[in-house]
Design a protein around this ligand. Structure first.
Ligand SMILES: Cc1cc2nc3c(=O)[nH]c(=O)nc-3n(C[C@H](O)[C@H](O)[C@H](O)COP(=O)(O)OP(=O)(O)OC[C@H]3O[C@@H](n4cnc5c(N)ncnc54)[C@H](O)[C@@H]3O)c2cc1C
Length: 492
């Protein structure tokens, strides 16, 4: 059989793979197949169901909605037709040692509440957010939308003229502490940085763009759960003619003369004219490429600074819970001690900081009537082995702390509990060291210093996803899939 169209294979049906496939399919001369080792689409943003409870397995914070909407618009679609997007108000609740704080959605209202924590803070925060808005616009429209293959890409007027305002070399911690002394307010402003997988003292002030996303752009929720966003990408891909082969694992990449010509999967050999790999970069580079085409050695990977892994619990509760919102952050113990355990000591924290998501408070469709769907996340070091006794201790401690803070019994109302730890990340995604969110966003791992999108030798192979540029999170991973596909369209 002679093929009239060029065949491009995308490995991985997470957000970056789905985005790459849709972007590729805008070229009618390309035929696109997505394979994934798992049986469902979504990657880390998959979902599962238990007796009428619908659980999002990974992401729960829908931030930067404009990035998703823009992508759909570029492909002639209106994302709002796929699901109803709610804006949460309050955005989230933070439990401190003695009291709690609900962050209002409205920026001005939030500033007023911040004043109650530190008098005079609103003036500083207003200025800080003005700079953050600049960084968000320049960052999300310019910096992250170049393939970051080399420093030279950044030598243009637009980028250079904004470079010094981007604060790449100052830490966000230092920047915020210039105007904020109140401990609670510091934690509120530093919390979005936790998504970036490094200590605030090591995270460039550029990432105040996350504060802009939090305080100005708002926290959203797609009715039906985050999986609705993934389903929207999947539906769009199907509409564009993308083929899916699930339960199909990439085993070997077959290449000669600096070109990939086929892949060996767990089921068959698939010929191709181009390849975009969005599974975990380290796994594909180290285990699927022929020796002469491996790009990074063990020493390189071992020296990367990884974002934390996490311990997750999915619970079904047989009653409605009081005192919690959709998003809840438990900062009622020592912030620095937990941070030390993740980044320095590589131990289970004595008193963990944790996050509790109860989407059934906003959305009755994710749990049966009168019941609650609960997701708990504890960030942990990637550099330690799983210890089930420690996991049980943490779980008991967490339930006890939620009970104490919200004045209700929970333990005897748990109908179902599923735990998910770093070993599951390795088993399900071949995640390097069990990382949950890829590489830390420290300056030495930013832009062209990240593992490259474009393979250094193979002319028709590209990487995308959270371990490549621009980094972890749904919006950046989307952008990386789009960048890889744009390069692939040029080169294949
Ligand atoms: C617990 C958790 C909470 C998070 N919370 C948020 C949040 O609130 N907001 C947010 O924006 N982001 C969040 N993130 C980050 C976000 O989910 C990820 O950055 C993003 O989903 C990564 O997408 P990806 O396409 O790069 O990778 P993945 O989603 O991991 O997709 C890669 C796919 O490749 C497949 N694969 C791997 N190897 C192979 C192989 N050899 N053959 C075939 N298939 C293979 C995997 O099965 C997987 O489906 C969270 C992540 C986690 C884990």
């Amino acid at each position: 059989m002679t093929r009239t169209k060029k065949h491009i294979i995308v490995v991985g049906a997470g957000i970056s793979g789905l985005t790459a496939a849709i972007e590729l399919s805008s070229n009618p001369e390309l035929e696109v197949t997505v394979i994934d080792k798992n049986g469902e689409i979504g990657g880390r943003a998959r979902s599962f169901e238990w007796n009428g409870f619908h659980y999002d397995m990974g992401p729960s914070w829908y931030w930067m909605p404009e990035i998703f909407e823009r992508f759909f618009k570029e492909h002639g679609e209106d994302l709002s037709k796929y699901f109803e997007l709610l804006r949460l108000d309050p955005s989230y609740r933070v439990f401190f040692k003695q009291d709690r704080f609900d962050k209002p959605d409205d920026f001005e209202e939030a500033l007023l509440k911040f004043e109650s924590l530190q008098k005079g803070s609103s003036e500083f925060i207003r200025r800080f957010i003005r700079d953050a808005e600049f960084k968000y616009n320049a960052g999300m429209n310019t910096y992250v939308r170049t393939p970051a293959d080399s420093m030279v890409e950044y030598f243009n007027f637009e980028v250079l003229s904004s470079f010094f305002k981007m604060d790449m070399f100052k830490s966000i911690d230092k920047e915020i502490r210039k105007g904020i002394q109140d401990e609670k307010l510091l934690q509120l402003l530093l919390f979005p940085i936790l998504f970036l997988g490094a200590k605030p003292t090591e995270t460039p002030a550029l990432y105040s763009l996350m504060n802009y996303a939090d305080l100005v752009l708002g926290t959203h929720y797609p009715k039906g759960g985050m999986i609705q966003l993934m389903n929207a990408f999947y539906q769009l891909a199907l509409k564009k003619g993308v083929r899916f082969e699930l339960n199909t694992e990439l085993k070997r990449i077959l290449a000669k003369d600096n070109n990939v010509y086929a892949i060996q999967t767990s089921k068959s050999e698939l010929p191709c004219d181009g390849l975009i790999a969005t599974g975990d970069y380290q796994h594909i580079d180290t285990h699927c490429l022929p020796q002469q085409y491996k790009q990074y050695d063990e020493q390189y990977w071992n020296s990367r600074k990884l974002a934390p892994s996490c311990l997750l619990f999915y619970l079904a509760i047989d009653k409605k819970l009081q005192g919690l919102l959709h998003h809840n952050l438990f900062f009622d113990t020592d912030f620095d001690a937990h941070s030390q355990s993740i980044y320095n000591l590589h131990t289970y924290p004595e008193q963990a900081l944790f996050y509790v998501c109860v989407p059934s408070i906003t959305d009755p469709s994710v749990a049966p009537m009168g019941k609650e769907n609960v997701f708990i996340l504890v960030p942990l070091s990637v550099e330690m082995s799983v210890d089930e006794a420690q996991e049980r201790r943490l779980f008991e401690q967490i339930i006890h702390r939620i009970e104490a803070k919200t004045n209700q019994s929970i333990q005897e109302h748990i109908l179902f509990k599923r735990s998910y730890n770093k070993d599951h990340f390795i088993e399900d995604y071949y995640s390097y060291k069990g990382n949950a969110y890829g590489l830390s966003n420290v300056i030495s791992q930013t832009a062209f210093l990240k593992p490259k999108i474009k393979h250094k030798k193979l002319k028709n192979m590209f990487f995308a996803g959270q371990l490549s540029h621009p980094g972890p999170g749904l919006p950046p991973s989307l952008i990386s899939g789009q960048l890889a596909a744009q390069l692939c369209k040029q080169k294949c």
